[in-house]
Design a protein around this ligand. Structure first.
Ligand code: R5P
Length: 294
């Protein structure tokens, strides 16, 4: 049978079509292995090149944060509207349905509570467990200028080495303390250090001259939302960040502390994935919110 097939001469090898070498859509990410790229392409939408991550890992150092008292009640219903979930392994295993299709960005550093020196973090999960939980990325806080700066950088580089062995990218999270200024000079230093030392993605805060921070960081930047703002201001911040080079948001309180979280998440998606003007996105938010209340 096999011999007859070989002799038939009917196979089609498309000899006039050269095989294409695909480029990878994400900034600075072309030289990773297939598994790493595939995980990044689960977090970042390959069509828009952007992501809307929902961050609700705050309890890892501050306990039951407002809006996160019952993650099963308030956050699980938001999951279908997020591109990725950023959380701790305790919450993943205790609350998030295993059938949820969201890529997981796992918080991998911690230790001190809000009662102690926050920069004194250690790695809190082993890469084997990240693999077991099917994580798409692991996240580590880096405290540039903090008391335990070097230790936190060491946490990140150890995690990068472990992640490289299994194809799991590391999200370096630039921490800001009370004593640290949130300006482009500081954010430029912190984000660049994370990228130089191996983070595949860096999370930071929006600041004046953000375009210089984004341009100086050779890997994708996502912004945290920070403390709760009025929705119009939060949408403007997200829109400005995207316009100035961010590859998405990793937003928590500005979504789950909104009085219409699903509407806010959908409005943020418009800004991030469709570059919608923030005023239009705010109108969209109000429309969805009123539909819910109507
Ligand atoms: C804080 O350390 C956590 O990593 C949060 O994930 C991060 O701050 C983003 O949340 P938010 O938008 O509430 O600032």
């Amino acid at each position: 049978m096999a011999e007859a097939e070989i002799q038939s001469g009917e196979k089609e090898f498309f000899l006039d079509i050269p095989q294409q070498n695909e480029t990878f859509f994400l900034k600075g990410s072309a030289n990773y292995d297939w598994g790493m790229k595939n995980r990044l392409a689960r977090i970042f939408n390959p069509r828009s090149g952007k992501t809307v991550m929902l961050a609700f890992d705050h309890g890892y150092f501050q306990g039951p944060t407002t809006g996160l008292e019952r993650i099963d009640v308030t956050i699980v219903p938001l999951a279908p509207f997020a591109d990725a979930l950023m959380l701790t392994r305790g919450i993943l295993r205790s609350v998030i349905p295993a059938a949820s299709g969201n890529p997981i960005v796992m918080r991998a550093s911690g230790g001190p509570s809000i009662l102690k020196e926050l920069s004194n973090e250690h790695l809190v999960i082993d890469m084997d467990d990240a693999v077991r939980m099917n994580c798409s990325a692991v996240a580590v806080q880096v405290f540039i200028g903090g008391e335990y700066e070097t230790q936190s950088v060491g946490n990140m580089t150890r995690l990068v080495d472990a992640g490289m062995k299994v194809g799991i990218p590391v999200l370096g999270v630039t921490a800001v303390g009370k004593e640290l200024v949130r300006d482009a000079k500081y954010m430029g230093l912190a984000t660049r250090m994370c990228a130089e030392l191996g983070a595949a993605v860096v999370k930071t805060y929006f600041c004046p001259d953000f375009e210089k921070v984004a341009a100086g960081c050779p890997v994708p930047l996502v912004i945290a939302g920070g403390k709760k703002l009025p929705e119009l201001e939060a949408l403007k911040m997200a829109a400005d960040a995207i316009a100035q080079g961010a590859s998405g948001v990793d937003m928590g309180r500005n979504i789950f502390q909104s009085d219409a979280p699903v509407a806010m998440l959908k409005a943020v998606r418009k800004v991030v994935h469709e570059a919608m003007n923030y005023k239009q996105a705010y109108e969209y938010f109000l429309e969805l919110k009123n539909q819910k209340n109507g």
